[in-house]
Design a protein around this ligand. Structure first.
Ligand code: GLN
Length: 476
């Protein structure tokens, strides 16, 4: 299949008739079949995708096609799509079929994107390796003995292995950026509240963001502008106007930026030396092309991960209480009264990591420990956000690694949850502060495994973030 620079380039061929959506969908379907062993898709919507491709092909001919015409999209198994199954990769939602479509997904459909299937992830988006899925792990396409990252592992590998153009995932603590880094693709987490969460299965509601995997910045930009903005079904979504990110991408190509990097993240012993080298190399290239880059200290960094894991588990324990055997999916067959229905359904339906998070969250919210953990973590979260805002008062961007290591081996951290949580060491900052972050590919380590560089920007500065990402990608 010919590769295209981006959707704009692809649409040139679609609109001049040298290429059809139908042939592209057929190609992706063939790739999906060839790469079945990666365990990316839970369901492939073959018939529908072909039908939609035919429809879009004729809309292109008669001049009524939407702006995403031709874009083939995969959905992480946490996004509602009417009349399609949805499980959050959990046994507890076995048999559940969506009754409505998520706002973000509907907006893609309205612009003629073609949805090709539902993608594997960690159960309820909890995890950093995709090993917590009830459907088994996703394999990294570069080395099948390694993880894809998580929790949106299937979505990252789908873009990496050419199984679709774009994947839509969710990022609560790094679940788009971390697997993007492990798979050598772009992963964007927008500002909290930029995109409506209506139809996204809730994990930690004050952190959850719908995010985008792509191979180029333009595609991420046009998909973000399509999905973002006000929505009467989500009272927390921002009412800030949505810029035309994709058409304004090149509007500041020569601008020189003020960039900060967090010294401790790059000097940490936890960081794989090759990642440190690649990021310092980018920093040097930025400096020699005229940007100001300054090392800063952010002493609160050591509190970011614990703050995240206290608050995210607290919110998860509350959000997941709705899965009780009464309303959705699985119901225990051996329950004999009301209480045992709850207990048995939840013990049978939830996997070990989800159970651990519910226990942790329930503990930090319990009357005795509420102030010591939950209230304290809320206060620390505010300090962290305020601290990050101070940095943005003087800088346009903060650079840090996306992950402490490149993709690790399947099973390597499976028995040690703390080690697994440390995979999020650098991705949780953006979620705790609520600001946007992007991971873009930044070379490879000695084993040929992709490295990601992460850039954070101030609230609602996605346009600047995209523009700067283009600059970083073109540096030599
Ligand atoms: N790995 C992190 C967690 O397990 C982040 C997950 C996510 O962003 N959904 O909580």
């Amino acid at each position: 299949m010919k590769t295209y620079a981006n959707l704009k380039d692809l649409q040139l061929s679609l609109f001049n008739g040298s290429l059809s959506c139908t042939s592209r969908v057929n190609n992706f379907l063939a790739n999906i079949d060839k790469k079945k062993h990666l365990n990316v898709f839970l369901d492939v919507y073959e018939k529908e995708a072909k039908e939609k491709a035919l429809q879009v092909d004729s809309k292109i001919k008669n001049g009524t096609a939407g702006k995403l015409a031709g874009l083939v999209v995969g959905l992480k198994d946490v996004l509602s799509y009417e009349n399609h199954p949805l499980q959050a990769c959990s046994k507890i939602l076995k048999g559940y079929v969506c009754q409505y479509t998520a706002t973000a997904v509907q907006r893609l459909l309205d612009q003629d994107a073609i949805i090709i299937g539902r993608q594997n992830c960690d159960e309820f988006a909890m995890g950093s390796s995709n090993e917590n899925s009830a459907f088994g792990p996703v394999l990294n396409d570069i080395d099948n003995t390694r993880v894809a990252g998580g929790s949106s592992g299937g979505s990252a590998v789908a873009v990496m292995a050419d199984l679709c153009d774009i994947s839509i995932g969710s990022d609560t603590g790094g679940s788009v950026r971390q697997p993007a880094a492990f798979c050598g693709v772009i992963g964007l987490k927008p500002t909290y509240s930029r995109i409506s969460r209506y139809g996204l299965i809730a994990y930690g509601s004050s952190f959850d963001c719908i995010g985008i995997f792509s191979k180029n910045i333009y595609d991420a930009a046009i998909v973000l502008e399509t999905m973002s903005g006000q929505d009467e079904y989500d009272s927390t979504v921002s009412t800030q106007p949505v810029p035309a990110y994709s058409s304004e991408l090149n509007s500041s190509a020569n601008k020189k930026y003020r960039v900060a990097y967090m010294r401790d993240t790059l000097e940490s012993d936890a960081l794989q030396p090759e990642i440190k080298e690649s990021i310092y190399k980018k920093i040097d290239q930025l400096k020699s092309s005229g940007h100001s880059v300054e090392a800063i200290d952010f002493p609160l960094n050591e509190y970011v991960l614990p703050t995240y894991y206290i608050l995210a588990t607290a919110e998860a324990s509350s959000n997941l209480s709705r899965f009780d055997g009464v309303r959705y999916g699985h119901r225990s067959a051996v329950a004999h009264d009301f209480t045992s229905l709850y207990k048995k359904t939840r013990s049978e339906g939830f996997g070990k990591e989800v159970q651990r998070r519910i226990m942790l969250g329930t503990f930090v919210l319990s009357a005795r420990y509420y102030d010591a953990y939950y209230t304290k973590a809320q206060k620390v979260r505010r300090l962290i956000r305020d601290g990050i805002k101070v940095i943005f008062a003087n800088h346009d961007f903060i650079i840090l690694p996306t992950t402490p290591t490149t993709a690790f081996k399947l099973g390597e951290h499976a028995n040690n949850p703390i080690e697994m949580y440390l995979a999020d060491l650098y991705s949780v900052q953006a979620n705790v502060a609520g600001v946007p972050g992007i991971s873009i590919p930044c070379g490879k380590d000695a084993k040929g495994l992709p490295i990601g560089i992460q850039i954070m920007a101030d609230d609602f500065e996605e346009l600047k973030l995209f523009q700067f990402s283009e600059i970083i990608q073109n540096l030599e």
